[in-house]
Design a protein around this ligand. Structure first.
Ligand SMILES: [Zn+2]
Length: 407
């Protein structure tokens, strides 16, 4: 089939006015002018009219488990208080609540044009009952061993439970040691070994809050006190920054997707600057969650200038108000007005595809890419096409995933 629209934004080359693309099964065969594409594919032609067709958006950091928690925790006094509050709420919920939350979360993601999501799953035991995912999903198995050490056997058993019911997933599986304050160094190393053996992506929360920074760098603060009271061994605190600690010990490497990285000091920037080109880990910024916690300004420009692959995610509705990635880009645009709308869109297309090692397959419209696409109304001049996309505030009216029209 051929899809035709007033504009095609490929995120690979310049936008194409009156563009078209040819799709066979779940793959894009050709993209260009309607004449060029019809010369290769006799059709039928599906005309999307006065719309712009672009790659589906990729959310690089999300927790669908907590979709029911919108506005549940009003401005916590610090990050540690929020952690305690969300843990208390979690204890009051059951499996049915989480299954419903995940289903509602998927509907929200699709509504706002997300075709792929990195979802961190804290309840692997729900996997056999999980609804069929409507969008391409990477299920990251969340791993925590702060209360009791997880052995290799536990991880393998948990991972098998997690993976065995989803062989047909459009996305894939990954591992997510939660954060350096809840996951031991040996758990990170175990995750690295498992991920290497099974070719899976890895993600973790890192340097998210000033509480976490104070715990590791100074050996003090509310998070230090809380974790010490839980009998966490605290010998890794009082010297290095969270990023230094995980990087220098080899717990993480350039393949990792690091959520947040809000609290960085000169030592961290020097460490990043010392890495070879392409040798830094991927970073996900979550602008709504960042604002909710009132963190210090995110060092987007410094990380960008260091060549770090910067992605944007929503985090969960326990710390932001919407799962709209375009909404997150608008927040980022307010904070970083020097960024072009094309650069902003890269953070939810090309960059997260690279982080998932799916560059050229997702996040771009090009020959050989998967047919994950969205379309939204476009009436202005071609030179404003990126801006019109970023500023589009309504639900996305048309979506295709893996060659199948969803909306
Ligand atoms: Zn998170």
């Amino acid at each position: 089939m051929i899809l035709k629209a007033r504009a095609v934004v490929t995120m690979d080359s310049a936008p194409i006015p009156d563009g078209a693309l040819s799709i066979r099964e779940n793959q894009i065969l050709a993209v260009g002018s309607l004449e060029a594409v019809t010369a290769l594919d006799p059709g039928p032609v599906h005309d999307l009219g006065e719309q712009v067709l672009l790659p589906g958006l990729i959310n690089a950091h999300c927790h669908l488990d907590y979709t029911m928690m919108r506005n549940a925790i009003a401005s916590p006094k610090n990050f540690t208080a929020w952690v305690q509050r969300i843990n208390a709420i979690k204890r009051s919920l059951d499996s049915e609540d989480y299954l419903r939350a995940i289903q509602q979360g998927f509907a929200q993601l699709a509504k706002w044009g997300t075709t792929s999501v990195c979802n961190i799953e804290a309840f692997p035991e729900l996997m056999p009952r999980m609804p069929e995912e409507p969008i391409r999903t990477w299920w990251f198995y969340e791993m925590i061993d702060v209360r009791h050490r997880i052995t290799t056997d536990d991880v393998v058993a948990g991972a098998l439970l997690f993976f065995e019911h989803r062989a047909t997933s459009l996305g894939g599986f990954g591992l997510s040691p939660h954060a350096p304050y809840t996951a031991s160094q040996s758990l990170y190393k175990l995750a690295n070994d498992c991920a290497a053996a099974m070719t899976m992506p890895l993600t973790t929360h890192l340097a998210e809050s000033s509480d976490e920074f104070a715990m590791f760098r100074r050996g003090a603060g509310p998070l230090y006190d809380l974790l010490q009271s839980l009998q966490r061994p605290m010998e890794d605190c009082g010297a290095m920054t969270p990023f230094e600690l995980l990087w220098k010990s080899g717990a993480i490497n350039a393949s990792w997707i690091l959520a947040h990285m809000n609290e960085l000091i000169e030592d961290d920037f020097a460490l990043l600057a010392s890495l070879p080109p392409g040798g830094a880990p991927h970073i996900v910024h979550c602008p709504g969650s960042h604002r909710y916690f009132g963190h210090a300004p995110f060092p987007f420009r410094r990380l960008h200038d260091l060549g770090v692959n910067l992605c944007v995610g929503t985090d969960s509705l326990a710390s932001t108000d919407s799962l709209s990635l375009l909404g997150e880009l608008r927040r980022l645009r307010l904070a970083e007005p020097w960024l072009s709308c094309e650069d902003l869109l890269r953070c939810v297309t090309v960059h997260p595809a690279r982080a998932l090692q799916r560059e050229g397959m997702l996040g771009q419209i090009k020959k050989g890419a998967l047919a994950d696409l969205i379309a939204l109304p476009f009436h202005g001049p071609m030179e404003s096409v990126y801006e019109e996309i970023v500023e589009f505030k309504a639900p996305v009216p048309w979506m295709m995933i893996d060659g199948k029209t969803l909306l």
